[in-house]
Structures are given as structure tokens and as C-alpha cells.
Design a protein around this ligand. Sequence first.
Ligand code: NDP
Length: 267
Amino acid sequence: MNWIGLDGRVAVVTGGGAGIGRGIALGLAAVGANVAVLDRDEAGSSVADEIRSRKGRAVFIACDVTSDASVEAAAARITADLGPASILVNNAGTMRAGALDTMPMADWDAILALNLTGYFRCARVFGVPMLARGQGAIVHVGSISASFPQSFSGAYSVTKAAVAMLSQQLSTEWGPRGVRSNVVSPGMIRTPMTEAIYAAPGVHETRRSLVPRRRIGVPEDIADTVVFLASERADYITGQEIIVDGGLMRTLMSVIPRPGFEGTPTA
Ligand code: NDP
């Protein structure tokens, strides 16, 4: 706990009520951070309850990150209840199926509003006070789909690629004033968002077999990396992306048939 240096720090996690955000909120609380769990879904209050039941300090705040008023109200409450935030984890995001030639423009707008503008809004609302205090860390949950187009998912990959650049831009503009900005990009993680996909017959096993680490990721895999990047241990790291995908991104050449170069078959 001392090594990671987050004891008593105030951390905000958007979309912290479920899935990866829940894992991050619990991970930050486990190293002593005081956590504000923001989620539009009231069911997310169970995450703050869980932290308090483990003697941690947490508040749940119903917040829609697509709304200026909602995020500003959340920030005011966090400052009053926990103190000024020095860590922001931008995580609340979603995915929607859609082909680029036919998807409604309203779908495009909705995904950008949440996955990109929501991240920028929170970076500003929570980051500007960090600049005033000369200290802070922002970690954005991106996706490997920022680098590999996730076809028929509408604007999803576009938003994740934009988040990667937003983070880099923040790192150069805000680094000199003490605020770092980094991205953690998950591969395939089983969460409420992806549950319907894994529920389809054979999908879990097929996906698992494509990952060099031979398992589907869990929210804790992402949480551990976020905790590190948010911590003092990462003080000299900004403008970077860490891929947490069990090796999936490195497999392209391995799925191309090359007779005579098969190696030893594995599970
Ligand atoms: P989940 O849908 O499981 O959890 C996201 C949480 O954010 C939900 O509680 C959701 O509420 C909440 N949320 C949605 N919209 C808003 C909003 N406007 N304001 C506040 N909270 C909101 O998603 P995941 O945990 O799977 O994904 C989290 C992040 O990780 C996303 O940015 C996603 O793109 C990224 N990611 C996920 C991967 C995966 O395999 N799961 C892979 C790569 C990246 P509600 O239930 O009401 O929608």
C-alpha cells in the first residue's frame, strides 16, 4: 500500500457501478484511495457499499457523463464529501452495432457524446482543479479497437482512437502543470456490456483460443494497470498507452497459414 502511494487520495471512476469500472473502483479502494463511484445506473451504489463494507471510504453519485450539469454537480459533491480529486478514471463508455453505410446519424452522435465528449468533459471538470493544485493523474479506458478497426460497430473504434489522441494532447498541455494522462486499452473482457456476446454458443471458447494467455480478461486485469498508472510509481509516465489483452494484438502473423512453421499445437 505504501509502495503504490495512493492511501487517502481521492479517485473518481466514471461508469464505476459495473464491469471494468467496478473492478477499478474496488482496486483503487484496496490500495487505500477514497473512491467516488459515478454511474448513471443507481444499481452502481452497491459498489460503494461493498467498499465501505471492507472498511474503505467511498461515495456513490448518480451521474450522467454526457451532461455538463450532472458532472459539475458530482464534482461539487465529491469535493464536499471526500475532498478534491487527484485521480480521474474515464471509463463510462458503450458500444452499439451499426454498419457505416446505414447506421442512423443519431447512433453516431450518441456514441461520440458518451465515449469521446464524455471523457473530455470529465477531464476538464476534474482536471482543471488538478492543474490549479499542480498535481493529478488521469487514466482513460481505451480499447485495442483504437488500433484495429472493430467493423460493424459504428463509431466505437473512431471514439477510442480519438480518446488515445485526446490523452496524448492532455499529456503535453497539462504535463508541465503536474497532471499526467495515460490510456489503458483492454482486449476482450467479460462484463455486463459484453455478456450477450459470450452467452452465444461457442463464443467464449473460440475467443479464448485466440488469446496467447488462453483466457478471457477480467476487470481486475484492467484495474491493476489503472492503479499503477494513477500512482506515484508512474510519476514519469504520461502520454502513453498500455495494452492489456493477454497478447491478442500480437497474433496477426500467427493466424496466417504457413506450412512447415506450425510449431507445437497448444490448447
Ligand atoms: P459496462 O456496460 O459493463 O459498464 C459500463 C458502466 O458505465 C455501466 O454501469 C453503465 O451504465 C455506465 N454508463 C453508461 N453510460 C453512462 C453515462 N452516460 N454516464 C455514467 N455512466 C454510464 O461496460 P464495460 O465495463 O465492458 O466497459 C467499460 C469501458 O471499457 C468502456 O469504455 C468500454 O469501451 C471499455 N472496453 C471494454 C471492453 C470489454 O471487452 N468489456 C474491451 C475494451 C474496452 P448502464 O448499465 O446504465 O449502461
